[in-house]
Design a protein around this ligand. Structure first.
Ligand SMILES: Cc1cc2nc3c(=O)[nH]c(=O)nc-3n(C[C@H](O)[C@H](O)[C@H](O)COP(=O)(O)O)c2cc1C
Length: 343
């Protein structure tokens, strides 16, 4: 019997999508006190496939994408489930409730989700305090933890750089890598920060404060950027000596969703796969930086295509909702085959 497919998913899918998400994350938060229980019942036991990217040692290259554990409440559980790394956030400098509900929608026939959550999170102070407690408790996970930061909705665009700095400063000692998220479609104007001028200002503000040594810093991009804009971001990231890029966030192209059922928001899962792959290929053609590939990775084939296109690591979100921890087993077996052995 597959515990996720036969029991957990049918129960969760009876609930509204956001209620199911909250129940799953709070259960995993509770279970984080007993990681061996999680490992024994649900853990995927992925093949060990270590690699070092941006100077960080990853036990396996399959990570949990940002947005699942926005407040960093279940880190030991993600490790116990078999993830090779986890990205917390998006965290904003100010606590914020996000958009009105409902704001998360399932499309099982398309293997997709649409969300317009709008960076609901407890704010940097509460998240940082939680991460500090986890560090001192001795329960900090043995996998790398990325911290993904975004602009608070109330902060005007012209102050975006100082808003990112507030979060970066508070979190600086607490994560293994950091992500500047300028690609979520649900905060008005956020994607405009992907322009080289705005993004360059944010990067330089963080770096000027930081001095040396520097923490690994990634930029997460949208799959909807025009090719020349993507190339410009990749070249900026390279010239600013960032650790790499995450390609990609959700898409605003909803052409795969039947019109009567469409919802406003970012579309993730199978429909975003071709766009995310294309973005990865463009970045790899124009830069030598590492890339964490994300978007529509759901099986051995879609994982293989990203590694073949030059991805260093992968992240999953939507397919994990549909397939549960068994997904990690499937991807790990793809990854440990001959073509996937680390170089
Ligand atoms: C419900 C939901 C919430 C998300 N929240 C965030 C977020 O807060 N920050 C972020 O960078 N990406 C967020 N994402 C995007 C994912 O991290 C990922 O980039 C995207 O879903 C594509 O991957 P997938 O097709 O495997 O889901 C979210 C995605 C979903 C479905």
């Amino acid at each position: 019997m597959d515990l996720h497919k036969d029991i957990i998913r049918p129960l969760l899918f009876k609930l509204d999508a956001e209620k199911a998400h909250n129940l799953a994350v709070s259960s995993l938060s509770f279970a984080s006190t007993f990681p061996s229980l999680v490992r024994g019942t649900l853990g995927a036991k992925p093949a060990k496939n270590p690699r070092t990217v941006a100077g960080i040692a990853f036990p396996n290259p399959i990570g949990l994408a940002a947005g699942m554990d926005k407040n960093g409440v279940a880190l030991p559980a993600w490790e116990a489930l078999g993830f090779g790394f986890v990205e917390v956030g998006t965290i904003t400098s100010l606590a914020q409730p996000g958009n009105p509900k409902p704001r998360l929608f399932r499309f099982p026939d398309q293997g997709a989700l649409i969300n317009r959550l709008g960076f609901n999170n407890e704010g940097v102070e509460a998240v940082a305090a939680r991460l500090e407690r986890l560090h001192t408790s001795g329960r900090w996970p043995g996998i790398p933890v990325g911290l993904n930061i975004g602009k608070s909705k109330l902060t005007p665009a012209e102050n975006a750089h100082t808003d990112y700095l507030t979060s970066f400063r508070r979190l600086h000692s607490l994560g293994d890598y950091f992500v500047i998220n300028v690609s979520s479609p649900n905060t008005p104007g956020l994607r405009d920060l992907q322009s080289t001028e705005a993004l360059g200002k944010i990067i330089r503000t963080l770096r000027d404060w930081e001095g040396t040594p520097r923490r690994p810093l990634f930029v997460k991009v949208a799959p909807d950027l025009a090719e020349e804009d993507l190339v410009a971001v990749a070249q900026l990231a390279e010239s600013e000596q960032l650790a790499g890029l995450i390609a990609t966030n959700t898409t605003l192209d909803h052409s795969s969703i039947p019109t009567g059922r469409d919802q406003q928001g970012g579309l993730s899962g199978l429909p975003v796969r071709p766009r995310s792959l294309k973005a990865l290929q463009i970045i790899k053609k124009h830069s030598t930086l590492p890339v964490i590939a994300c978007g529509g990775i759901s099986d051995e084939t879609s994982a293989r295509e990203r590694f073949e296109a030059g991805a260093d690591l992968l992240q999953v979100y939507t397919a994990f909702i549909y397939q549960g921890p068994g997904l990690l087993r499937r991807l790990a077996s793809a990854n440990s085959s001959k073509d996937f052995s680390p170089t």
